[in-house]
Ligand binder design. Sequence first.
Ligand SMILES: NC(=O)c1ccc[n+]([C@@H]2O[C@H](COP(=O)([O-])OP(=O)(O)OC[C@H]3O[C@@H](n4cnc5c(N)ncnc54)[C@H](OP(=O)(O)O)[C@@H]3O)[C@@H](O)[C@H]2O)c1
Length: 344
Amino acid sequence: MGDECVVVTGASGYIGSHIVANLLLKGKKVRATVRDSQDRERVQHLKEMKISDEGSLEIVEMDLFDGDSVDRAIDGATDVIHTAAVVIVRSRNPQEKIVDPSVVGTKNIISAIEKSGTVERFVHTSSTAAIRPENWEDGQILTTGTFANDATLEQNPYGLAKYSAEMIVRNWHKEKNGVKKPRMVTIHPCMVFGPPLSPRHLRGSLSIIMMLVNRELPLLLPMQISIVDVRDVAEAHVRALTMGENGGRYLTVAGEMMWSDISKILKRKYPKRRWPFRQLPYYFALIVCAFHPRVSVSWAKRHLKNKLYWDATPAERDMGMKWKSIDETLIDTIPNILNNNWQK
Ligand SMILES: NC(=O)c1ccc[n+]([C@@H]2O[C@H](COP(=O)([O-])OP(=O)(O)OC[C@H]3O[C@@H](n4cnc5c(N)ncnc54)[C@H](OP(=O)(O)O)[C@@H]3O)[C@@H](O)[C@H]2O)c1
């Protein structure tokens, strides 16, 4: 790969760690950004990753809000994979805690790419949340043809953050001309499961699995979840550096399953643990959501019982992606969680 250098932002995180591992195994030179390089829990697993051939790992400190640190992280890089964001769906201060890291952060990333003049390829981690409009019909199949352009700070701050950040990337790319225009692709994972590499208790998508591990709910909400394996998401990001359409938008989705069925699979594989698997009837679920601090009735009416599907065939066609089975993904998620004592 010569002097090529791939910057991975959010390298300490769930998806970022797997992207770093994937690149190092392919013998790439990786510059991994973290907020605190002295935090052992956030960096040790990166330092222990297997490196093939001419590959190398450099760990640098970068905060998305500190433009100078973003400029330094991207300086001289040929490739940027931008995963860093805050992955929570609710906050008392959604603008500051959820939207700003994505929006201000992505603006700073684009500005740093512009200043460097060396970046040839840029992959931005978006989400199904940037695609899904507020209103959809039961049984609908969404493609990359829609945008979450009706997401609001009050109803869906995470969707707003992901949609807004993607639009910053797309508008910049559309307006940019000339020979130095980098190739750009956005990747849109649904709910990501699979083995966490970080020993630190991650609070993003794995919270759904942790609710089962910790038996936080005696009865499960009647909710269908679209799932993709974190290892496939990492592979899609790496392939997107050189594969797929320039300017492309690629969904990464392996399939879907009811929450209660996820628990049944885990119960079959790990029978010594106790798993909740009974499902709450729909109308009771609405009442529970009305009193729950993390969900609302309007969210429940949209998401419970109704089924939404995603078309990930473009990633299969253009980037040769094949998805791990959901069963394998779920089963592989648990050992690292238990070994690292995330359970209560
Ligand atoms: N997990 C999913 O199901 C899923 C689905 C679709 C899309 N995504 C997207 O995938 C990306 C990664 O998600 P993830 O699940 O890997 O989340 P994660 O484990 O929480 O990782 C997020 C990373 O972003 C970093 N970060 C947060 N704020 C930052 C800031 N101000 N400056 C620099 N770095 C910052 C975190 O660093 P620290 O370690 O310092 O906190 C962490 O490394 C996000 O863009 C997310 O929206 C995730």
